[in-house]
Write a protein that binds this ligand. Structure first.
Ligand SMILES: Nc1ncnc2c1ncn2[C@@H]1O[C@H](COP(=O)(O)OP(=O)(O)OP(=O)(O)O)[C@@H](O)[C@H]1O
Ligand SMILES: [Mg+2]
Length: 585
């Protein structure tokens, strides 16, 4: 996992190496400064030699400046390395997610992927910067300062060792408890994120159902839990400082006590004692920093794991080698069954969303698929362009198994207007060309004519340049659907699947779109999924689905005679708008 993440450093390797080097130089210079202080005191002030004070003062200033320069360089390089690392990681993640199949996305959920791309990457970026700077600075400070203390007075160094052990134990006790709490905090963050994302994405529905109070309550509960956890963690963390202060002042008292004796005995100079005081602070704060690194690393380990999960996830659908043009738009289902999420335990037969489908559609045919909600229509359509892979059986397009075909080639030949379709923010023309960047304005106009979109585009003040808000929020449902159909037509597919793509259009528009498709795309196989019979009545043949199975497949007229369910629904829908779901209403 670590190797995989570190490989994202990429072109910033030099900055990653330069940071610890400059940090080390900065620390070395910094550690020497208190020692020069002792010279100022001993050789200048105590010896009443003002020239020496100036001389060593200037030396100290110069060393401080050098240390500062190294520090600035180290800071700059660490910023370069960590932001570069994060940018690379985000790009890699994003590219990897683009290759995910629907099944992969189902596994992580959209919100989960967004959190990983944002919060988790930021956590790793901070941890990486900290690792480069602080994890070099703290141990080096500790070691060099200890060495200086030993050099100045071996006997007094025992005080530091004792202090270090005491502080070490105290910090360990505090930190091991706060790490557990921090992990809980992160889990709670996930919950909060889910509430926020769900609510903001569905804010219109929330308002329409006047559920603001309910949603606010949900948010308040999630935020409240987070608050409590944070208060606990931070109160624990707040103990760090007083503990450290107690140890520091005890050290200073001990140093003064024993140091004064040594000074009186002539074994230690006043200057040396003063510099020892400075080293106390450095050593103990270095230990403090080390403990912070520990907390930070455990916190980011969770993020690293979550990111690695995504990077390690293999796209469940990989295209084959056959990128040739599909022979034609024929579609064949041979004994196809499918169930969502096959990684669980052996599911029972009932888990199948569709089962034992045998369907043979000739090129250029118009096929209707009809059936109650949840009977598997969308699932069946998703298998044709390989948005999911069939669990059993084979799906063929143009006589070739879809698994052998290159994915790009396949999806250029089989275009689906999904039930949950989206438009992107940008102009109408941008959205139309999104599927086919080479489409000319004339082709766009033609596609819009066929999809019955021209009539409303023409009334818009900016026509094709009209701006569309995110998700097509400033268009009506029917307008959005018609633009989505036009966008699909511009790809000039061999197989066109309209999954409930005209549900928000009135009957006349729906019929006009059907006629338009028949005349402009004579060679294209058209599969029209709809819950209402009038949308598919004109099709060459209609498949009637029930509970994941095709129970009849014939023309409208013959179905009326042979299929009881179809006839019953037809009567209901023509008489009083009955739905396919409720034949006995
Ligand atoms: N991503 C998914 N993960 C798990 N189960 C799913 C998923 N999508 C659909 N299902 C289940 O598969 C079954 C068939 O769903 P499908 O979307 O194919 O129905 P449909 O016929 O298109 O219905 P509708 O007319 O309402 O669009 C349903 O029982 C549904 O709960
Ligand atoms: Mg559906």
């Amino acid at each position: 996992m670590l190797k995989r993440l570190l490989s994202q450093v990429g072109q910033w390797k030099w900055a990653t190496v330069a940071t610890p080097v400059f940090t080390a130089l900065e620390v070395m210079m910094g550690v020497l400064i208190p020692y020069v202080t002792s010279w100022i005191i001993d050789r200048g002030i105590m010896a009443h030699d003002l020239a020496a004070v100036w001389r060593y003062g200037a030396l100290m200033l110069a060393m401080a400046l050098v240390s500062l320069t190294f520090g600035v360089l180290a800071g700059r390089f660490s910023a370069l390395a960590s932001t570069g690392f994060a940018a690379n990681l985000r790009k890699t993640l994003f590219r990897h997610i683009q290759r995910f199949s629907f099944a992969n996305i189902d596994k992580f959920s959209t919100a989960g992927l967004v959190t990983r791309l944002t919060t988790d990457v930021s956590n790793l970026q901070n941890a990486f910067q900290m690792l480069l700077r602080v994890s070099v600075r703290a141990p080096l400070n500790l070691i060099f300062s200890m060495l200086m203390c030993l050099f100045i007075s071996g006997r007094l160094s025992i005080i530091f060792v004792v202090a270090l052990i005491v502080l070490g134990f105290a910090l360990y006790a505090i930190i091991s408890r706060s790490v557990k709490l921090f992990n809980k905090v992160f889990e709670q963050y996930d919950e909060l994120n889910t509430v926020v994302r769900e609510n903001v994405a569905a804010i219109r529905v929330v308002k329409a159902f006047v559920r603001e109070d309910f949603e606010s309550g949900k948010f308040a509960r999630a935020a409240g839990k987070l608050y409590n956890l944070f208060v606990k963690t931070e109160s624990l963390q707040a103990l760090n400082h007083p503990v450290m202060m107690i140890v520091v002042y005890s050290c200073i008292i001990a140093l003064s006590w024993f140091g004064a004796r040594l000074v009186v005995a002539g074994d230690l100079t006043t200057g040396q004692l003063t510099s020892l005081f400075a080293y106390v602070m450095t050593i103990l704060s270095a230990l403090m920093m080390l403990s912070m690194i520990f907390v930070m690393l455990t916190m980011s380990a969770a993020s690293a794991r979550r990111i690695a999960q995504v990077l390690d996830e293999q796209p469940s659908i990989v295209g084959g080698d056959d990128s040739s043009d599909a022979r034609d738009g024929s579609v064949d289902f041979d004994n196809v069954s499918f169930r969502y999420s096959t990684d669980g335990a052996e599911g029972s037969e009932g888990d199948y969303a569709i089962s034992n489908i045998n369907l043979h559609i000739a090129a250029g045919e118009t096929i209707g698929i009809i059936g109650g909600t949840g009977c598997g229509k969308s699932t069946l359509a998703a298998l044709i362009s390989r948005l999911y892979d069939a669990t059993e059986g084979t799906v063929k397009v143009g006589g070739v198994d879809v698994r052998q075909r290159d994915l790009t080639a396949l999806r250029n030949h089989v275009v689906t207007v999904l039930q949950k379709n989206v438009l992107f923010s940008g102009s109408i023309i941008d959205n139309l060309r999104w599927g086919n960047p080479d489409a000319t304005l004339d082709q766009c106009r033609q596609a819009c004519e066929t999809a019955q979109a021209m009539e409303f585009i023409a009334t818009m003040p900016d026509g094709f340049d009209t701006h569309i808000e995110q998700g097509g929020a400033n268009l009506s449902g029917g307008q959005r659907q018609r633009l989505c159909i036009a966008r699909a037509l511009l790809k000039r597919p061999k197989v066109l699947i309209l999954d409930d793509a005209t549900s928000a259009c009135d009957t006349a528009t729906d019929a006009a779109i059907g006629r338009g498709l028949a005349t402009t795309l004579p060679g294209t196989t058209k599969i029209i999924i709809a819950p209402r019979i009038h949308s598919v009545a004109a099709a060459n043949r209609i498949a009637v689905m029930k509970s994941g199975k095709i129970i009849a497949f014939d023309t409208h007229e013959r179905l009326l005679q042979s299929c009881d369910l179809y006839r019953e629904i037809y009567t209901l829908q023509t008489q009083d708008n009955g739905d396919f779901d409720q034949p006995n209403k």
